[in-house]
Design a protein around this ligand. Structure first.
Ligand code: UD1
Ligand code: CA
Length: 454
């Protein structure tokens, strides 16, 4: 069987009112990536000949996302949201004169896997069906349309919940919403749709009946895992889908050789990259753009975004790594340490209570507890440079722009306002005074005041 052309239409024009959000439904995110982008990435992986997204004309934000990030995608506009059937028809120009299979996907179904998408289109071709529906076993689902199957195991029609009788509602076989259609027949099926139903909408699901009435075959396959075709309509659905996505990401990382001490407490982003023998303690958060090389331990309650952590490093507990942080090999970042746009050189340590922002820190440096880079004056940001082997004593304030040269030593409590030369000792302290017996006289004074006021 030769491979036919595959064309994908993604419906995304719906208002998504059930989300109760200012943000368009399909821009809500799972593991840091928008719902729509999951479907777009999948379409890209499927090597489809064409991909069209149907948008509403007021979805400018989505339009610009597609134009900048997915230039291979065509955009069609559905003026009024009159139902899923009308939405596919909005891509009429893109669907005209095509052969092969048109796969209709929903942008609110982000958990779909490539295998299932391929199985759906291959099945249609193999069974020479005009339409193949992706069905799912979901007894008592409150929203899904029901598949009515005839004695020849063909789909006779799909009935939406709003229009279903009690007997039809009791059918466990549901419509996932996704369909593969014969590209040469789809537009003619759509042209026959009418909005004669409870919702007064043009239902895509009605093309099944149209196809059957013209003597065509309509087959179906079942999704192996119901969660894979889950449509996201509410924030509750979003949370359920997030759980499925997180479990997928956790599982994938463990199969790649990562140890998760308490998998269910670790949060991943879609693009988190962890190498072999990374050990992740409970409650670690991976924001977007984190890459971790092998043999790194990430301790509990660490929050990482846009950071690259190289081999042998140890991070946390309670560390915060913000975008453009690089931890070179065998570095140590301990509790309550925040790094932003900072490179920590090989073997360097910042073990306790520090803020290091806009800094280049060389090899083998020690950053004492309470060290702060003052990188921002309310207007501009400035760099701090610490060269190889610099030792920064506890509670040091580094007023940027500043350079501490190789091997310099900064005494605890210093406010560094001038560059420090190589191997110099920099100190800025007010002299300490001591009064003999002063502690006792102080205590006497305080006791008397206490007596007077009580
Ligand atoms: C749809 C199916 C239902 C199925 C369910 C699975 C229909 C009529 N119903 O219902 O059988 O069980 O999905 O999740 O197809 N959209 C447009 N323009 C419109 C309306 C919708 O582009 O005018 C888009 C939405 O953005 C969304 C998709 O189509 O991505 C599905 O629409 P939605 O309203 O969520 O359909 P459901 O009610 O979930
Ligand atoms: Ca839906």
């Amino acid at each position: 069987m030769s491979q036919e052309d595959l064309h994908i239409v993604i419906l995304a024009a719906g208002k998504g009112t059930r989300m109760r959000s200012k943000i368009p439904k399909v821009l809500h995110k799972l593991a840091g990536l928008s719902l729509l982008e999951y479907t777009l990435n999948l379409s890209h992986q499927s090597k489809a000949t064409s991909v069209t997204v149907v948008l509403s004309p007021d979805q400018m934000e989505i339009e610009s996302l597609i134009k900048t990030t997915y230039p291979f995608v065509q955009i069609a506009f559905q003026k009024n949201q009159r139902g899923t059937g009308d939405a596919v028809l909005a891509a009429k120009n893109q669907l005209d004169d095509l052969s092969g299979t048109v796969l209709i996907l929903f942008a609110d179904t982000p958990l779909l896997r490539l295998e299932t998408l391929q199985r759906l289109s291959t099945h249609r071709q193999k069974t020479s069906a005009a339409i193949t529906v992706l069905a799912v076993d979901a007894p008592n689902h409150p929203g899904y349309g029901r598949l009515i199957i005839d004695e020849k195991s063909q789909v006779q029609r799909i009935v939406e919940m709003k229009d279903a009788t009690d007997t039809e509602r009791a059918v466990p076989l549901c419509n996932s919403g996704l369909m593969a259609c014969d590209a040469s027949l789809l537009l003619s099926f759509l042209a026959s749709l009418t909005p004669e139903n409870q919702a007064r909408e043009y239902y895509l699901t009605d093309i099944v009946q149209v196809a059957r009435s013209q003597g065509n075959k309509v087959s179906y396959i079942q999704a192996e895992d119901p969660s894979e075709v889950m449509g996201i309509n509410t924030r509750l659905d979003l949370a359920k889908a997030e759980e499925v996505m997180q479990n997928r990401l956790r599982k994938a990382s463990m199969l790649k050789g990562v140890t998760l001490l308490d998998p269910s407490s670790v949060y991943f982003s879609y693009d988190t990259k962890l190498s072999e023998d990374v050990v992740v303690h409970p409650h670690v958060y991976f924001g977007i753009g984190v890459r971790v090389d092998s043999d790194v331990t990430l301790h509990s309650f660490s929050h990482l975004e846009g950071a690259y952590i190289k081999s042998g490093a140890s991070v946390g507990p309670f560390a915060r790594l913000r975008p453009d942080t690089v931890l070179e090999e065998k570095t140590r970042v301990g509790n309550f340490v925040e790094l932003k746009k900072t490179r920590l050189g090989k073997g360097s340590k910042a073990n306790h209570l520090s803020y290091l922002g806009d800094a280049e820190i060389g090899e083998g440096c020690n950053i004492g507890a309470g060290t702060i880079t003052c990188n921002y004056n309310g207007y501009q940001k400035y760099q701090t440079i610490l060269e190889k082997g610099a030792f920064v004593g506890s509670n040091t304030t580094l007023i940027a722009p500043i350079t501490v040269k190789e091997g310099a030593y900064i005494g605890a409590g210093t406010v560094v306002t001038k560059n420090v030369t190589s191997n110099a000792l920099a100190l800025s302290r007010s002299p300490q005074v001591e009064r003999e017996g002063g502690a006792n006289s102080l205590r006497r004074r305080f006791t008397q005041t206490q007596k007077k006021t009580s």
